[in-house]
Design a protein around this ligand. Structure first.
Ligand code: ARG
Length: 459
């Protein structure tokens, strides 16, 4: 059979042009959505009396058979039929004869492809939100296990103040919570039906767009037919949100990689999530977080790629827009792949509580608290800061930590020191002193974990 649009042409399409312009190699991923959209469209054509009921029934039967063949991997796609829409239409016509040609009444591939993309992304966003929750659950689980694990908190990657390891993990739970909110918010816009916009201007047939919207479960329809077929901001929004999720995962990856190093030895990833070296027998490499960190680049690339494709495109549809697909598919795959691995990797990660404590015992991350102690005794904070700076310098020069100093040594720096300083300097005291909402004190972190567990249980 020749091209579905062959009438106006006197020559065959150049083979290289066919290959270059075809999208079937990748948009076959939209097969299920394409058939779903067509079923809703043809039902509407019947309901509106645009097609007789028997044609509708024949087309519906044919579409279902085509879908079965696709699912069974039995439909051979052809590059000369360009894309998934025409491959399916061709298969339908081969199956039921010329009546199959009535399916495309009142529709264009432009509103058809936009509809397929909305259906596709709507489904994926729901799946991704579920995967994000799984990861939150794994992090909250580890946090619960580490409510008494004290670890240095860093700024500038220099030890800053001791914190609960649970508090550190819960920071990621909050980030992922906002990622979920962003995806759920973008869902509103994805949940909008383009079909019925026709090629760009609407259609001469008395269609009912709201009927189709209801069939496909869309919350609303696009208000403007040009906008419906020519914008891809719903994909851009998804790619932006996905980039932010990957950025969060990449930061967590970086920390896991650092923490797994011999220099830190804070955590050990389970063997199942690491690989060895072909030459160095001692190696256990954190490949999964490394690769997630690396793949963040391609997810950003997909966003910038599509922004650049759309920039300067005149309304309405342009073939450039076929470039919207591969990046979107790739981002969905990359992100869901990362999330699927991260949840079990975090859940099975071994936390070296002893090593973390050892690090806290050998640092000056309690220095802020003696400054605060002196402030409590009436010294202005700036002067207290100066006193403690000198005390720390003294420690460094004498190979000591603050808790190693005798009371006489402390008092060289300020008369205000007394024996109670030894309790103030204990890591537990330091942590629990930060008893503000959102702070690292144990009761605050326990409450935060409780809130997260409740929220996860409710969904
Ligand atoms: N394969 C095309 C795409 O993905 C479908 C829309 C084609 N429309 C057109 N007028 N050529 O963008």
């Amino acid at each position: 059979m020749s091209k579905l649009w062959g009438g106006r042409f006197t020559k065959q399409t150049d083979k290289l042009v066919e290959e270059y312009t075809a999208s079937i190699t990748f948009d076959k991923e939209l097969a299920e959505e394409d058939v779903r959209g067509s079923l809703a469209h043809v039902a509407m054509l019947g309901q509106q009396g645009i097609l007789p009921a028997e044609d509708v029934a024949t087309i519906e039967g044919g579409l279902k058979r085509v879908l079965d063949r696709i699912r069974a991997g039995e439909l051979a796609y052809s590059v000369s039929d360009e894309d998934i829409h025409m491959n399916i239409e061709k298969a339908l016509i081969e199956d039921i004869g010329p009546v199959g040609g009535k399916l495309h009444t009142g529709r264009s591939r432009n509103d058809q492809v936009a509809t397929d993309m909305h259906l596709y992304l709507r489904k994926r966003v729901v799946e991704l939100v579920g995967l994000l929750r799984d990861l939150q659950e794994a992090l909250v689980g580890q946090a619960r296990e580490n409510l008494d694990t004290i670890v240095p908190g860093y700024t500038h990657l220099q030890r800053a103040q001791p914190i609960l390891f649970a508090h550190h993990l819960m920071a990621y739970v909050s980030m992922l919570g906002r990622d979920i909110e962003r995806l759920q918010d973008s869902y509103k816009r994805i949940d909008t039906l383009p079909l019925g916009a026709g090629a760009l201007a609407g259609t001469t047939f008395p269609i009912d767009r709201h009927f189709v919207a209801e069939r496909l479960g869309f919350g609303r329809v696009y208000e403007n037919s040009l906008d419906a077929v020519s914008d891809r901001d719903f994909i851009l929004e998804f790619l932006s949100h996905a980039s932010i999720v990957m950025m969060h995962l990449s930061r967590l990856s970086e920390e896991l990689i650092l923490w797994s190093s011999t220099e830190f030895r804070f955590v050990e990833l389970d063997d199942a999530f690491c690989t060895g070296s072909s030459i160095m027998p001692q190696k256990k490499n954190p490949d999964v977080p490394e690769l997630v960190r690396g793949k963040t680049g391609r997810v950003y690339g997909n966003l910038v790629g599509l922004l650049t494709v759309l920039k300067s495109l005149p309304l309405a549809y342009n073939k450039d827009m076929q470039e919207d697909k591969e990046g979107m598919f790739d981002t969905v795959r990359t992100l869901s792949g990362a999330l699927r691995l991260f949840a079990p990797m975090i859940a099975t990660m071994k936390v070296n509580k002893g090593q973390m404590r050892e690090a806290v015992n050998k640092d000056f991350s309690n220095a802020t608290d003696i400054a605060d102690f002196l402030v409590g005794k009436g010294l202005p904070f700036r002067q207290a800061h100066e006193v403690i700076g000198k005390t720390v310098l003294y420690c460094i020069e004498n190979g000591k930590f603050l808790l190693d100093l005798t009371i006489e040594e402390f008092q060289q720096f300020s008369e205000l020191f007394d024996e109670s300083i030894y309790d103030v300097l204990q890591p537990e005291t330091v942590v629990n002193a930060r008893d503000v909402y959102g702070g690292t004190a144990r009761p605050q972190v326990e409450a935060a974990i409780g809130r997260a567990e409740t929220a996860l249980a409710e969904t």
